[in-house]
Design a protein. Structure first.
Length: 339
């Protein structure tokens, strides 16, 4: 390795921390050092949108005569299923508790009423096994309540017009738990999510926007590694710092689409470090590389290797200006090749 070529295990930043290891949509075997399904969560824990967290809302198109089959229609909100039947009931205006009422759909409601509307505290169980227990306002879930979905998912928290709205906790049947702020059925604002299933014990604490990790957040993995920084649409984007388990490798800098992209600094536990430009998760552009013994390379990079003009310095201060190709010093074999 005359002139300090970085090849082999010396410097290929993508060898252990690659782009796919910052996303969570894949289903492949996780490497021990740096779990892959890290940040996205639509298919497993991390992107947790409506597929992971059921929405309390549904389409507003109701059947003319609700039936047992209609309860199984995912396009119909449970809370709206009996609206037409309720509207046809006599409205005495009386307010208070009444005996259990069974609807034509087969669902039952026990609790307080105001005229022909569910109003106050009450519990309703639908034919498919879903249930709600909590506060009602004019036939809608409003205030504090608990909803249990058919598949075992549970939401406990505040509601606004049949939607998760305010502070609440969602317990997914796969073990994932989200605690934080909701706005119209979407995670919105500050929240904490602890993964279950394939994402067991992966914890994200930070901001959400439209149901996705967006803004500032911290993600920690069971092996002790951690990312602190900015997110956009469930992916690492912006400025942030990643540190592997046991204080090993560390990168601090700019990211895009869960890959190192822009300017950053990468440090190894053996004392080596790189500072400079990145493109698509690899050193590309101008950068500095330092060895633990004092050697240094200053120059251009491409695809994670020295490529182009660069100056190599030995530990005793001797400097050599060289042209590099794919991580190795290069000398033209003919005038035509040099040109």
């Amino acid at each position: 390795m005359q002139y300090g070529e970085v090849g082999g295990d010396g410097y290929h930043v993508n060898s252990e921390i690659e782009s796919s290891q910052y996303t969570a949509s894949g289903q492949r075997e996780l490497p021990k050092s740096f779990p892959s399904q890290r940040f996205e969560a639509s298919s497993s824990q991390t992107s947790q949108t409506s597929q992971q967290y059921h929405m309390a809302s549904g389409a507003r198109e109701l059947p003319e005569s609700p039936t047992a089959e209609a309860v199984l229609d995912e396009d119909i909100s449970h809370f709206e299923l009996e609206l037409r039947e309720l509207q046809r009931m006599p409205d005495s205006g009386a307010q208070g508790s009444r005996p259990a009422h069974t609807f034509k759909s087969g669902s039952t409601y026990t609790g307080q009423w105001r005229g022909n509307t569910r109003h106050g505290f009450g519990a309703q169980t639908w034919l498919d096994g879903a249930s709600y227990e909590g506060e009602w306002l004019g036939n809608a879930a409003e205030g504090l309540g608990r909803f249990t979905f058919v598949d075992g998912d549970v939401y406990i928290g505040r509601w606004g017009r049949n939607l998760f709205d305010g502070l609440g906790t969602y317990y997914n049947s796969n073990g994932t738990i989200f605690y934080g702020v909701w706005c119209e059925d979407q995670r919105e604002g500050l929240g904490v999510e602890v993964g279950g299933g394939m994402q067991k014990d992966i914890k994200y604490s930070g901001t959400f926007l439209a149901g996705q990790k967006d803004g500032s957040g911290v993600c920690a993995w069971p092996d002790g590694s951690e990312y602190r920084g900015e997110w956009s649409e469930n992916r690492i984007s912006g400025r942030g710092e990643y540190e592997s388990s046991n204080g090993g490798r560390r990168f601090k800098g700019e990211w895009n689409n869960s890959a190192k992209h822009g300017v950053g600094c990468y440090n190894w536990p053996d004392g080596r470090s790189y500072g400079g430009q990145y493109a698509r998760d690899q050193a590309a552009g101008f950068g500095f590389f330092w060895w633990a013994d004092g050697r240094k390379y200053v120059g251009y990079w491409e695809a994670g290797k020295q490529h182009g003009a660069g100056k190599y310095s030995t530990s005793d201060g001797r400097e050599t200006l060289l042209t590099w190709r794919e991580g190795h010093p290069w000398r033209p074999s003919s005038p035509d090749e040099a040109g």
